[in-house]
Design a protein around this ligand. Structure first.
Ligand SMILES: NC(=O)c1ccc[n+]([C@@H]2O[C@H](COP(=O)([O-])OP(=O)(O)OC[C@H]3O[C@@H](n4cnc5c(N)ncnc54)[C@H](O)[C@@H]3O)[C@@H](O)[C@H]2O)c1
Ligand SMILES: O=C(O)C(=O)C[C@]1(C(=O)O)C=C[C@@H](O)C=C1
Length: 304
Protein backbone atom coordinates (compact mmCIF):
# COMPACT_ATOMS: atom_id res chain seq x y z
CA UNK A 1 0.00 0.00 0.00
CA UNK A 2 1.38 3.42 -0.94
CA UNK A 3 -0.04 6.74 0.12
CA UNK A 4 -0.96 9.11 -2.69
CA UNK A 5 -2.01 12.12 -0.61
CA UNK A 6 -0.16 12.79 2.61
CA UNK A 7 -1.26 15.50 5.03
CA UNK A 8 1.29 16.86 7.48
CA UNK A 9 -0.03 18.80 10.46
CA UNK A 10 2.74 20.88 12.04
CA UNK A 11 5.53 22.06 9.72
CA UNK A 12 8.48 22.23 12.11
CA UNK A 13 11.55 20.00 12.30
CA UNK A 14 9.65 16.73 11.96
CA UNK A 15 6.84 17.81 9.64
CA UNK A 16 9.21 19.76 7.40
CA UNK A 17 11.66 16.86 7.23
CA UNK A 18 8.87 14.43 6.32
CA UNK A 19 7.64 16.77 3.58
CA UNK A 20 11.13 17.17 2.09
CA UNK A 21 11.85 13.44 2.42
CA UNK A 22 8.59 12.49 0.70
CA UNK A 23 9.45 14.77 -2.22
CA UNK A 24 12.88 13.16 -2.51
CA UNK A 25 12.10 9.50 -1.81
CA UNK A 26 8.40 9.12 -2.66
CA UNK A 27 8.03 11.54 -5.59
CA UNK A 28 4.70 9.99 -6.64
CA UNK A 29 3.06 11.10 -3.39
CA UNK A 30 1.54 14.54 -3.00
CA UNK A 31 1.89 16.46 0.28
CA UNK A 32 -0.32 19.09 1.86
CA UNK A 33 0.60 20.76 5.12
CA UNK A 34 -0.83 22.99 7.79
CA UNK A 35 0.72 24.82 10.73
CA UNK A 36 -1.09 26.84 13.37
CA UNK A 37 1.47 29.64 13.05
CA UNK A 38 0.95 31.91 10.03
CA UNK A 39 4.66 32.77 10.15
CA UNK A 40 5.60 29.08 10.02
CA UNK A 41 3.16 28.52 7.15
CA UNK A 42 4.78 31.34 5.19
CA UNK A 43 8.29 30.00 5.80
CA UNK A 44 7.16 26.44 4.99
CA UNK A 45 5.85 27.70 1.66
CA UNK A 46 9.12 29.53 0.94
CA UNK A 47 11.14 26.40 1.67
CA UNK A 48 8.62 24.21 -0.22
CA UNK A 49 8.44 21.83 2.72
CA UNK A 50 5.21 20.43 1.25
CA UNK A 51 3.61 20.69 -2.19
CA UNK A 52 0.80 22.85 -0.83
CA UNK A 53 0.64 24.83 2.40
CA UNK A 54 -3.00 25.19 3.48
CA UNK A 55 -4.54 27.87 5.67
CA UNK A 56 -6.76 25.43 7.58
CA UNK A 57 -6.16 21.94 8.92
CA UNK A 58 -9.38 20.67 7.31
CA UNK A 59 -8.14 21.80 3.90
CA UNK A 60 -4.80 20.03 4.39
CA UNK A 61 -6.46 16.64 5.06
CA UNK A 62 -8.87 16.87 2.13
CA UNK A 63 -8.31 13.70 0.00
CA UNK A 64 -5.63 12.46 2.42
CA UNK A 65 -5.01 8.74 2.77
CA UNK A 66 -2.36 9.37 5.43
CA UNK A 67 -2.28 12.18 7.98
CA UNK A 68 0.76 12.61 10.21
CA UNK A 69 0.52 14.83 13.27
CA UNK A 70 3.87 16.56 13.86
CA UNK A 71 2.87 18.92 16.66
CA UNK A 72 4.05 18.97 20.30
CA UNK A 73 2.74 15.96 22.31
CA UNK A 74 0.46 18.14 24.45
CA UNK A 75 -1.60 19.43 21.50
CA UNK A 76 -1.98 16.21 19.50
CA UNK A 77 -5.64 15.88 20.59
CA UNK A 78 -6.48 19.51 19.73
CA UNK A 79 -4.78 19.22 16.34
CA UNK A 80 -6.68 15.99 15.62
CA UNK A 81 -10.00 17.62 16.50
CA UNK A 82 -9.22 20.38 14.00
CA UNK A 83 -9.15 17.88 11.11
CA UNK A 84 -12.13 15.74 12.19
CA UNK A 85 -14.68 17.38 9.90
CA UNK A 86 -12.60 17.09 6.73
CA UNK A 87 -10.73 13.80 7.19
CA UNK A 88 -11.69 11.04 4.71
CA UNK A 89 -13.03 7.93 6.52
CA UNK A 90 -10.35 5.64 5.09
CA UNK A 91 -7.39 7.86 5.98
CA UNK A 92 -4.72 6.36 8.24
CA UNK A 93 -3.92 8.57 11.22
CA UNK A 94 -0.35 8.63 12.53
CA UNK A 95 2.05 10.95 14.34
CA UNK A 96 5.70 11.39 15.32
CA UNK A 97 5.27 12.19 19.03
CA UNK A 98 8.12 11.37 21.41
CA UNK A 99 5.81 9.70 23.91
CA UNK A 100 3.34 7.12 22.70
CA UNK A 101 0.67 6.02 25.22
CA UNK A 102 -0.69 9.50 25.93
CA UNK A 103 -0.49 10.57 22.28
CA UNK A 104 -2.23 7.39 21.05
CA UNK A 105 -5.04 8.04 23.52
CA UNK A 106 -5.37 11.70 22.52
CA UNK A 107 -5.54 10.83 18.79
CA UNK A 108 -7.93 7.91 19.37
CA UNK A 109 -10.26 10.01 21.53
CA UNK A 110 -10.35 12.81 18.94
CA UNK A 111 -10.77 10.52 15.91
CA UNK A 112 -12.61 7.43 17.22
CA UNK A 113 -13.82 6.30 13.77
CA UNK A 114 -10.35 6.23 12.21
CA UNK A 115 -7.49 3.74 12.20
CA UNK A 116 -4.73 5.24 14.37
CA UNK A 117 -1.20 3.80 14.21
CA UNK A 118 1.26 5.93 16.17
CA UNK A 119 4.94 6.15 15.27
CA UNK A 120 8.09 7.79 16.59
CA UNK A 121 11.12 8.45 14.43
CA UNK A 122 14.02 8.41 16.87
CA UNK A 123 15.69 11.13 14.88
CA UNK A 124 15.95 14.77 15.73
CA UNK A 125 18.09 17.74 16.58
CA UNK A 126 17.90 20.57 19.09
CA UNK A 127 16.49 22.83 16.37
CA UNK A 128 12.82 23.42 15.73
CA UNK A 129 10.48 25.26 13.42
CA UNK A 130 10.17 25.34 9.63
CA UNK A 131 13.84 26.17 9.07
CA UNK A 132 15.03 23.08 10.93
CA UNK A 133 13.82 20.30 8.63
CA UNK A 134 15.96 18.39 6.14
CA UNK A 135 15.20 15.43 3.87
CA UNK A 136 17.80 13.05 5.26
CA UNK A 137 16.85 13.34 8.93
CA UNK A 138 15.50 9.79 9.07
CA UNK A 139 18.28 8.06 7.15
CA UNK A 140 19.59 5.06 9.10
CA UNK A 141 17.63 6.07 12.19
CA UNK A 142 15.05 3.99 14.01
CA UNK A 143 11.38 4.62 13.60
CA UNK A 144 9.34 2.88 16.31
CA UNK A 145 5.79 2.03 15.30
CA UNK A 146 3.37 1.24 18.13
CA UNK A 147 0.20 -0.29 16.66
CA UNK A 148 -2.78 -1.10 18.86
CA UNK A 149 -3.39 -4.81 19.63
CA UNK A 150 -6.03 -5.07 16.89
CA UNK A 151 -4.70 -3.37 13.80
CA UNK A 152 -5.47 -3.11 10.09
CA UNK A 153 -2.47 -5.07 8.74
CA UNK A 154 -2.62 -3.47 5.29
CA UNK A 155 -2.39 0.00 6.80
CA UNK A 156 0.34 -1.10 9.21
CA UNK A 157 2.50 -2.50 6.43
CA UNK A 158 1.83 0.66 4.41
CA UNK A 159 3.11 2.80 7.29
CA UNK A 160 6.18 0.59 7.76
CA UNK A 161 6.98 0.86 4.03
CA UNK A 162 6.47 4.63 4.21
CA UNK A 163 9.09 5.04 6.93
CA UNK A 164 11.47 2.63 5.24
CA UNK A 165 11.19 4.66 2.05
CA UNK A 166 12.24 7.73 4.04
CA UNK A 167 15.39 5.84 5.11
CA UNK A 168 14.40 4.65 8.57
CA UNK A 169 14.77 1.20 10.12
CA UNK A 170 11.39 0.28 11.54
CA UNK A 171 10.85 -1.49 14.86
CA UNK A 172 7.40 -2.48 16.14
CA UNK A 173 6.58 -2.56 19.85
CA UNK A 174 3.79 -1.68 22.26
CA UNK A 175 3.32 1.94 23.24
CA UNK A 176 3.93 0.99 26.87
CA UNK A 177 7.30 -0.60 26.11
CA UNK A 178 8.25 2.34 23.89
CA UNK A 179 7.58 4.80 26.71
CA UNK A 180 9.73 2.84 29.16
CA UNK A 181 12.67 2.44 26.76
CA UNK A 182 12.60 6.03 25.53
CA UNK A 183 12.31 7.31 29.10
CA UNK A 184 15.85 6.08 29.71
CA UNK A 185 17.42 6.52 26.26
CA UNK A 186 15.99 9.94 25.38
CA UNK A 187 13.84 11.60 28.03
CA UNK A 188 16.15 11.16 31.03
CA UNK A 189 19.25 12.36 29.11
CA UNK A 190 17.36 15.52 28.21
CA UNK A 191 16.32 16.04 31.83
CA UNK A 192 19.92 15.60 32.94
CA UNK A 193 21.16 18.05 30.30
CA UNK A 194 18.53 20.64 31.26
CA UNK A 195 19.55 20.20 34.90
CA UNK A 196 23.32 20.37 34.52
CA UNK A 197 23.30 23.39 32.23
CA UNK A 198 20.90 25.17 34.60
CA UNK A 199 23.02 24.24 37.62
CA UNK A 200 26.23 25.49 36.01
CA UNK A 201 24.76 28.83 35.03
CA UNK A 202 23.12 29.26 38.46
CA UNK A 203 26.40 28.98 40.36
CA UNK A 204 27.23 32.36 41.79
CA UNK A 205 30.99 31.90 41.55
CA UNK A 206 30.83 30.69 37.92
CA UNK A 207 29.93 33.51 35.60
CA UNK A 208 27.80 33.13 32.49
CA UNK A 209 30.83 33.96 30.34
CA UNK A 210 32.85 31.17 31.97
CA UNK A 211 30.09 28.69 31.19
CA UNK A 212 30.35 29.71 27.54
CA UNK A 213 34.15 29.93 27.55
CA UNK A 214 34.84 26.49 29.02
CA UNK A 215 32.04 24.61 27.33
CA UNK A 216 34.22 23.23 24.55
CA UNK A 217 34.42 19.77 26.14
CA UNK A 218 31.80 17.39 27.48
CA UNK A 219 29.65 20.23 28.78
CA UNK A 220 29.18 21.49 25.23
CA UNK A 221 27.27 18.32 24.31
CA UNK A 222 24.96 18.95 27.24
CA UNK A 223 24.36 22.54 26.12
CA UNK A 224 23.29 21.29 22.69
CA UNK A 225 20.71 18.94 24.18
CA UNK A 226 19.61 21.60 26.69
CA UNK A 227 18.87 23.94 23.76
CA UNK A 228 16.01 21.64 22.65
CA UNK A 229 12.51 23.04 22.31
CA UNK A 230 10.98 23.93 25.73
CA UNK A 231 7.36 23.37 24.63
CA UNK A 232 8.05 19.92 23.22
CA UNK A 233 10.08 18.79 26.21
CA UNK A 234 7.62 20.13 28.78
CA UNK A 235 5.00 18.04 26.98
CA UNK A 236 7.24 14.95 26.77
CA UNK A 237 7.81 14.89 30.53
CA UNK A 238 4.18 15.53 31.36
CA UNK A 239 2.93 12.92 28.87
CA UNK A 240 5.42 10.20 29.89
CA UNK A 241 5.38 10.99 33.58
CA UNK A 242 5.21 7.46 35.06
CA UNK A 243 8.03 5.96 33.00
CA UNK A 244 10.27 9.01 33.46
CA UNK A 245 9.76 8.95 37.23
CA UNK A 246 10.52 5.21 37.33
CA UNK A 247 13.76 5.69 35.40
CA UNK A 248 14.67 8.79 37.40
CA UNK A 249 14.38 6.75 40.59
CA UNK A 250 16.77 4.11 39.20
CA UNK A 251 19.14 6.81 37.97
CA UNK A 252 19.16 8.55 41.34
CA UNK A 253 20.06 5.27 43.09
CA UNK A 254 22.93 4.66 40.67
CA UNK A 255 24.14 8.24 41.02
CA UNK A 256 24.09 7.89 44.80
CA UNK A 257 26.19 4.71 44.51
CA UNK A 258 28.83 6.60 42.49
CA UNK A 259 28.66 9.51 44.91
CA UNK A 260 29.42 7.07 47.74
CA UNK A 261 32.29 5.49 45.78
CA UNK A 262 33.86 8.95 45.38
CA UNK A 263 33.33 9.78 49.06
CA UNK A 264 34.93 6.57 50.37
CA UNK A 265 37.63 6.55 47.67
CA UNK A 266 36.50 3.30 46.03
CA UNK A 267 38.52 3.67 42.81
CA UNK A 268 37.78 0.09 41.70
CA UNK A 269 34.05 0.73 41.66
CA UNK A 270 34.50 3.94 39.68
CA UNK A 271 36.90 2.29 37.24
CA UNK A 272 34.64 -0.76 36.71
CA UNK A 273 31.63 1.46 36.11
CA UNK A 274 33.41 3.71 33.63
CA UNK A 275 34.91 0.69 31.80
CA UNK A 276 31.41 -0.79 31.40
CA UNK A 277 29.95 2.42 30.00
CA UNK A 278 32.91 2.89 27.64
CA UNK A 279 32.20 -0.60 26.23
CA UNK A 280 28.57 0.39 25.65
CA UNK A 281 29.62 3.45 23.66
CA UNK A 282 32.03 1.36 21.57
CA UNK A 283 29.40 -1.27 20.81
CA UNK A 284 27.02 1.47 19.61
CA UNK A 285 29.69 2.70 17.19
CA UNK A 286 30.48 -0.85 16.02
CA UNK A 287 26.80 -1.38 15.23
CA UNK A 288 27.06 1.66 12.99
CA UNK A 289 24.38 3.62 14.84
CA UNK A 290 26.61 6.63 15.23
CA UNK A 291 27.29 6.70 11.51
CA UNK A 292 23.67 7.58 10.95
CA UNK A 293 24.52 11.20 11.57
CA UNK A 294 27.92 11.66 9.93
CA UNK A 295 27.71 15.43 9.86
CA UNK A 296 26.33 15.70 13.36
CA UNK A 297 28.07 18.39 15.36
CA UNK A 298 30.01 19.79 12.45
CA UNK A 299 27.32 22.32 11.74
CA UNK A 300 27.55 21.81 7.99
CA UNK A 301 24.03 20.47 7.53
CA UNK A 302 21.15 22.65 6.53
CA UNK A 303 18.90 23.28 9.49
CA UNK A 304 21.31 22.10 12.17
N1 LIG B 1 12.67 17.47 17.95
C1 LIG B 1 13.01 16.21 17.96
O1 LIG B 1 14.18 15.88 18.10
C2 LIG B 1 11.94 15.16 17.78
C3 LIG B 1 12.31 13.87 17.41
C4 LIG B 1 11.31 12.91 17.22
C5 LIG B 1 9.98 13.23 17.46
N2 LIG B 1 9.66 14.50 17.85
C6 LIG B 1 8.24 14.80 18.06
O2 LIG B 1 7.77 15.46 16.91
C7 LIG B 1 6.74 16.37 17.23
C8 LIG B 1 7.07 17.70 16.61
O3 LIG B 1 8.31 18.11 17.07
P1 LIG B 1 9.24 19.10 16.22
O4 LIG B 1 10.60 18.92 16.74
O5 LIG B 1 8.95 18.97 14.78
O6 LIG B 1 8.65 20.48 16.77
P2 LIG B 1 8.65 21.92 16.06
O7 LIG B 1 8.46 22.89 17.15
O8 LIG B 1 9.82 22.05 15.18
O9 LIG B 1 7.34 21.86 15.15
C9 LIG B 1 6.04 21.78 15.67
C10 LIG B 1 5.16 22.65 14.80
O10 LIG B 1 3.80 22.43 15.19
C11 LIG B 1 3.11 23.68 15.08
N3 LIG B 1 1.88 23.58 15.85
C12 LIG B 1 1.70 23.70 17.19
N4 LIG B 1 0.41 23.48 17.52
C13 LIG B 1 -0.24 23.21 16.35
C14 LIG B 1 -1.58 22.88 16.03
N5 LIG B 1 -2.53 22.79 16.96
N6 LIG B 1 -1.90 22.67 14.73
C15 LIG B 1 -0.96 22.78 13.76
N7 LIG B 1 0.33 23.09 14.01
C16 LIG B 1 0.68 23.29 15.29
C17 LIG B 1 4.12 24.70 15.55
O11 LIG B 1 3.79 26.01 15.09
C18 LIG B 1 5.42 24.15 14.95
O12 LIG B 1 5.70 24.71 13.69
C19 LIG B 1 6.64 16.38 18.74
O13 LIG B 1 5.52 15.63 19.14
C20 LIG B 1 7.91 15.72 19.20
O14 LIG B 1 7.73 15.01 20.41
C21 LIG B 1 10.60 15.47 17.98
O1 LIG C 1 19.83 14.38 18.96
C1 LIG C 1 18.96 15.07 19.38
O2 LIG C 1 18.99 16.28 19.32
C2 LIG C 1 17.80 14.46 20.01
O3 LIG C 1 17.56 14.74 21.12
C3 LIG C 1 16.95 13.56 19.24
C4 LIG C 1 15.97 12.73 20.04
C5 LIG C 1 16.74 11.81 21.00
O4 LIG C 1 16.59 11.91 22.20
O5 LIG C 1 17.46 10.97 20.48
C6 LIG C 1 15.03 13.61 20.79
C7 LIG C 1 13.74 13.34 20.91
C8 LIG C 1 13.12 12.35 20.13
O6 LIG C 1 11.84 12.06 20.33
C9 LIG C 1 13.92 11.60 19.26
C10 LIG C 1 15.22 11.90 19.10
Amino acid sequence: MTFANIAIIGLGLQGGSIGLAVREFLPESRTRGYDLSAQHRARAAERRLVDEVCTTAAEAVRDADLVIFCVPPGVMGIAAEQVRAGLPANALVSDVGSSKQAVAKALGDALPEHVVIPAHPVAGTENSGPDAGFAHLFRNRWCIVTPPAKVDMVKLSGLVSFWEALGANVEIMTAEHHDLVLAVTSHLPHLIAYTIVGTASDLEDVTQSEVIKYSAGGFRDFTRIAASDPTMWRDVFLSNKEAVLTMLQRFTEDLTALQRAIRIGDGDQLFDHFARTRAIRRSIIEEGQDDARPDFGRGDHEGR
